[in-house]
Design a protein around this ligand. Sequence first.
Ligand SMILES: Nc1ncnc2c1ncn2[C@@H]1O[C@H](COP(=O)(O)OP(=O)(O)OP(=O)(O)O)[C@@H](O)[C@H]1O
Ligand SMILES: [Mg+2]
Length: 590
Amino acid sequence: MIALLFLLRFIKKYWFTALLAILFLIAEIVIDLYQPRMMALIVNEGILGLSSGGVSDMNLIISTGIRMLLLVLACGVCGVLSGIFTNITGQGSTNEIRKLCFDRIMHFSFDQTDNFSTGSLITRITNDVTQVQRLIIQLIRGFTRCIMFFLGGTAALLTLDTSFGVIVACALPLILLDIIFVVWRTNPLFTVLQESLDRLNMIIQEDVAGIRVVKAFIQEPREEERFAEANRHLVDTQFNVQMLLACMRPVMNIVLNLAAVGIIYVGAVQVKAGDLAPGTVMAAITYLSQILIGMMMLAMIFQTISRGMASLRRVQAVVETESEITRVPEAADGASAKAEDGSRGTVRFENVSFAYPDTGTEILHDISFRVDHGETLAIIGATGCGKTSLVSLIPRFYDATEGRVLVDGIDVRAYDPIALREKVTVCLQKSELFSTTIRDNILLGRPDASEEEVRAAAESAQADAFILQQPDGYDTSVAERGMSLSGGQRQRIAIARALLKRGEILIFDDSTSALDLKTEAALYASLDRNYADVTRIIIAQRIASVRNADRILVLDGGTIAASGTHEELMASSPVYRDIYDSQLREEVSE
Ligand SMILES: Nc1ncnc2c1ncn2[C@@H]1O[C@H](COP(=O)(O)OP(=O)(O)OP(=O)(O)O)[C@@H](O)[C@H]1O
Ligand SMILES: [Mg+2]
């Protein structure tokens, strides 16, 4: 019910076309229901001449025939118009739903995306939305058609002769029982069906995106088996649904035929007694089949509706999930406000602990530090020690579980998320590129930037030279997810994009890992020259990448083991010296 109210919100806007669709459909059915009556007239009066003493009337046959023909034409026109208006309503409202779903997904927190899973989100926005569209069409056309056929057919039948009503009354409960049984059994299967589709989509997505890994490790058979397994599950569920439907149809047919036999029998008795004309019995049989076909359609409609409702609930779950990243104004109360440091681009962690919402294991413990305007802070530490997790708290990809993260003296939760991300630029550990030109990939940082600014950012990122060597320079198209470029080239385009944005705080998450030391040094030198007023937080694995930073944090098992300049840490931190020694050994042994 709640789901239907939700759907109504979107159909409401198209109420006029929905109304037209229903009106034209009613007109179509009324004409349809009128035809058997004219047929009866042709038989009873035209051919048998019942009221003119057995003299057939050719003129009546021709004129009624022409009227029937015209009515069929009108019926067709109404049918086409009703179809057009139904589609406008269905397409229009699902288009809105699809857009809203996409908008929601774009505003989900990372945690919310993880919870739904990417595969499921894709199924919901594609297949589920299509099912909802079918639902709308069935609600408009199917329901109107069934109700009209049933009510109109029964009324028409009863006006012919009330004794036919007894036959309908006997057939109806049997058909209803059949429908209820099938709907009851298939209903839960539709949610299972959509979930199997989720899983299948997830596997396809992973395998297609990771095809290189699959091939490199000769895992095609294993992946094919994984796919086959998920596909089997989907097919099995679909098979069960179809089996139930297949059982329903013969039962319906038997009831339909028995009812027709009943009408012929009752009709024959009455014709013999002279109470009824043969043409009227023919019309009665047509009405009976219209009523029962209406009921059978109802059964089919219930299938679409059950499936559509399962999909509608899944779509509704997406649309009604409010983004977790909302402003928490009260978080600002405790903050010591901007005036405290007065400058732009400062970051402060106050006793921050953090656990990912889905696992609950604490990754960061009681972290406190600060970075001032224009300073370069480096973070170094073993793989998996929590560096990425730590910086992801600054643009609020996740929220700290304890303590506070302050940007310019204000708790990040008190910011409008957009304003916060205007200030904080993150160059992610994995450089994601889109399948468009190199220029557009860089422009993603700031779409209104000029050509000179794009070039300048690329030059600072040490990317300009290699971009110009590409076949079409900045206009060269990047293959899906940047696959046509080397790892280091992808990283430099991602860096150029981050630099172009020119936020007040720039975070590099291991962003130079694929660059050789010389290119990396040139990049940092150009950052010092051109981005001196930007606060920089640089995560790196190599000491060489961080030794010139103003301060280095050594992260160890989610806590800060030491902090200071390279020289200070060499003198005071055994963990840092260990990293230094191991890298030195590597260099010597190379
Ligand atoms: N989305 C996530 N959900 C749950 N746990 C996560 C998630 N991302 C990372 N973790 C866990 O958090 C811990 C820290 O991961 P993090 O990515 O912060 O490490 P890192 O220091 O950046 O490592 P690396 O140097 O390899 O990039 C790891 O144990 C990891 O398993
Ligand atoms: Mg990391």
